[in-house]
Design a protein around this ligand. Structure first.
Ligand code: GAP
Length: 510
C-alpha cells in the first residue's frame, strides 16, 4: 500500500491522529488512537520480554524525563547535539543545510536511475544493470559527481564548517523547494534540545532540558542499579521512554517526530571485549526483527562512516520504508565516554570492581537503540496490504488487510453473532465474548452483514473472528476464521481460548 493511503488508514481506523488536529495540528507530533495504543504496547512488550525478561543479566528502569542540567553538558548534547540550520529569506522556510545538499545529490541519482530504466527497456532480458552502471560514460560521470558532493558534505559536517556548507549551497545553486528562491541566510548550528525553566530558580541555573535520548538516565543510574541488583559485568540496563528533539525538518509521518519514544539498552562490558559484544548485539537485534516474519530483503545493515564523538563502532539496522531504506535501529559501541564524562562532571566515581580481574575500571558500553514509533511504522508498512479475495458469493473483490504478527495485533479475536436480531445468537455470542475478554483484547460486533464485519476486523489486523450461528445453539461449536488464509473451521466453544492463545502468544516470537 502506498504511503499516502497508509497514513489515511491510520486515521480512519483509529491508529494515529495528528496532535491537536482541531487546531490544525502540531507539526511532527502525533497521538495514538485506540488500536494504535494497543499495537504500540504490544511492540513494547515484545521488546521488553525479549531484552529484559529473557536475559537474567539485563534489568529495566524507568528514569525521569527531566535530569540535572549538568547531565547534558557531560554527555556532549549541550555543545554538540546540533544540526546545521539555514533560512530562506524570501519564503521564511527553515531547512537543514546538509539535507538540502543531500537532496541535490539525490536529484543526480534520479537521473542515473532514469537512464538505467530506459536502458533496461531497450535491452530487455539481456540487460545487465551492474555492467551498464560500470561502463556507461554519462553514468560514471554522474556517479563521480555524487561521490564528490557527499565527500565534501561529510568533511564539512565532521569539521562543523558552517561556511563551507553555505558555500556548497551556493556552488550547486540550490533553490528553496517551496519558493525557488536562492536568497539564503548564513548556515548556523541549531541545538536540537527543547528546554524549559525550573519554577524556583531563575536564569541559566534553572534551565532544564527535555531528554533527547533515554540513555543518559541509564548511565547516571549505573552504580545504583549494579549495587542494588548485584549484577556482574557483563550486564545490561534497559528502558522504554519518551525523548524529545526539536527537529528542524520533520517529515514522513511518525518516522521523524519532535516527541517520540525510544527503547534503549546499555550493555556494560569489560574494556577490550566491546567489539565481541557489539557483534553479538548486532546479530541479536537483526534476529529480533526477523522473528516478526519481515522478509530478508527489507532489512539491512548500514555501517557508519562518520562516527559520533562517543563511539568507536556504529551500525544502523535499516528498514525498507515506503519512502526507501532508512534507519530503524542503531547499535553503538560507546566506549567509556559517557561514564567517564559523568564521573568528571559529578565528581562521583562510576567504577566497577571486577572480582575476576581484581581491579576497578569504568566499563565500556554497547548500546542498542530503537525508536518505538519507527518500529510501529515499519510493522504497519510491512503488514498493510490490499488484496483480491472472493466475496460471499464467490465473486472477486478487494480487501484491505493488516497482516500483523498475531502477537502484535491490537485485537486478538472478534466475536460475531451471525444475526443481531436473534436473541439466542447474541446471548450466546456475548457469553463467549465475556469469557474471552478476561484473557485477550477482544471485540463483540453485531452491526452490519457478516462480510462487512470481517472486513472491519481485517482492516485492524484481528487474526481470528469467531462466528456464532444456529448450529452453535445445537452443538456448542463456532466457526473460527483465519485472517490470512480465510480458512474457516468449526471448533468447540471450550477450545476457542486455547486455540487463540496458542496462535497469539508472544512466545511464538521469542
Ligand atoms: N541513544 C542513542 C540514540 O539516541 P539515535 O540514532 O539518535 O541514537 C536512536 O536514535 C533511534 O531513535 C533511531 O534509530 C530512531 O529509531 C529513533 N529516533 C531518533 N530520532 C527520532 C525522531 N525524531 N523521531 C522518531 N524516532 C527517532
Amino acid at each position: 500500500m502506498d504511503f499516502k493511503n497508509l497514513v489515511a488508514h491510520c486515521k480512519e481506523y483509529g491508529f494515529i491522529f495528528q496532535s491537536s488536529e482541531i487546531y490544525d495540528g502540531l507539526s511532527a507530533v502525533y497521538d495514538y488512537g485506540p488500536y494504535g495504543v494497543e499495537l504500540k504496547n504490544n511492540i513494547k512488550s515484545y521488546w521488553w520480554k525479549s531484552m529484559v525478561q529473557m536475559h537474567e543479566n539485563i534489568v529495566g528502569i524507568d528514569a525521569a524525563i527531566f535530569m540535572h542540567p549538568k547531565t547534558w553538558k557531560a554527555s556532549g548534547h549541550v555543545d554538540a547535539f546540533n544540526d546545521p540550520l539555514v533560512d530562506n529569506k524570501d519564503s521564511k522556510k527553515r531547512y537543514r543545510a546538509d539535507q538540502l545538499i543531500e537532496g541535490y545529490a539525490e536529484k543526480i541519482e534520479l537521473k542515473i536511475r532514469k537512464d538505467v530504466e530506459k536502458a533496461a527497456e531497450r535491452y530487455g532480458d539481456a540487460f545487465d544493470e551492474a555492467q551498464f552502471r560500470a561502463t556507461n560514460a554519462r553514468i560514471i560521470e554522474r556517479q563521480n559527481q555524487i561521490d564528490a558532493i557527499l565527500a565534501r558534505l561529510g568533511a564539512a559536517m565532521k569539521a562543523g564548517d558552517m561556511d563551507d556548507l553555505k558555500a556548497q549551497i551556493e556552488t550547486y545553486e540550490i533553490a528553496c523547494p517551496e519558493s525557488g528562491s536562492k536568497n539564503w541566510t548564513e548556515v548556523r548550528q541549531f541545538n536540537l534540545m527543547f528546554n524549559t525553566q525550573l519554577g524556583n530558580i531563575a536564569g541559566e541555573e534553572g534551565k532544564l532540558y527535555l531528554r533527547p535520548e533515554t540513555a543518559q538516565g541509564i548511565f547516571v543510574n549505573f552504580l545504583n542499579v549494579q549495587k542494588s541488583t548485584r549484577q556482574k559485568i557483563p550486564f545490561g540496563i534497559a528502558q522504554i521512554g519518551k525523548a524529545f528533539r526539536n527537529e528542524i525538518v520533520a517529515r514522513q509521518f511518525i518516522f521523524r517526530m519532535r516527541e517520540f519514544e525510544q527503547m534503549e539498552m546499555q550493555f556494560f562490558v569489560r574494556p577490550g571485549t566491546e567489539m565481541e559484544w557489539y557483534n553479538y548485539w548486532k546479530d541479536a537485534r537483526l534476529k529480533w526483527h526477523k522473528a516478526l516474519g519481515t522478509v530478508d530483503n527489507k532489512l539491512r545493515y548500514h555501517d557508519h562512516d562518520n562516527l559520533a564523538h562517543y563511539a568507536n563502532a556504529a551500525v544502523d539496522i535499516e528498514f525498507d520504508f515506503p519512502f526507501g531504506f532508512r534507519e530503524l535501529e542503531g547499535i553503538h559501541s560507546r566506549t567509556d565516554y559517557d561514564l567517564t564524562q559523568h564521573q568528571a562532571l559529578s565528581g562521583k566515581k562510576l567504577q566497577y570492581f571486577d572480582p575476576e580481574q581484581n581491579e576497578n575500571y569504568v566499563p565500556y558500553v554497547v548500546e542498542t537503540s530503537i525508536g518505538c514509533d519507527r518500529m510501529f511504522l515499519a510493522v504497519l508498512s510491512n503488514a498493510l496490504v490490499e488484496e483480491a479475495v472472493p466475496d460471499a458469493e464467490g465473486q472477486e473483490s478487494t480487501r484491505v488487510v493488516m497482516k500483523l504478527p498475531p502477537a502484535l495485533a491490537p485485537v486478538k479475536v472478534a466475536v460475531l453473532p451471525l444475526l443481531k436480531n436473534k436473541e439466542a445468537l447474541t446471548q450466546a455470542a456475548e457469553k463467549i465474548y465475556n469469557d474471552l475478554k478476561r484473557h485477550f483484547n477482544c471485540q463483540y460486533d453485531e452491526k452490519d452483514a457478516i462480510g462487512r464485519r470481517y472486513r472491519r476486523q481485517d482492516a485492524i489486523g484481528t487474526p481470528y473472528c469467531v462466528t456464532v450461528d444456529f448450529d452453535t445453539l445445537e452443538d456448542n461449536t463456532v466457526t473460527i476464521r483465519d485472517r490470512d488464509t480465510l480458512e474457516q473451521k468449526r471448533i468447540k466453544i471450550d477450545d476457542i481460548r486455547s486455540f487463540v492463545q496458542d496462535k497469539v502468544s508472544i512466545e511464538n516470537l521469542l
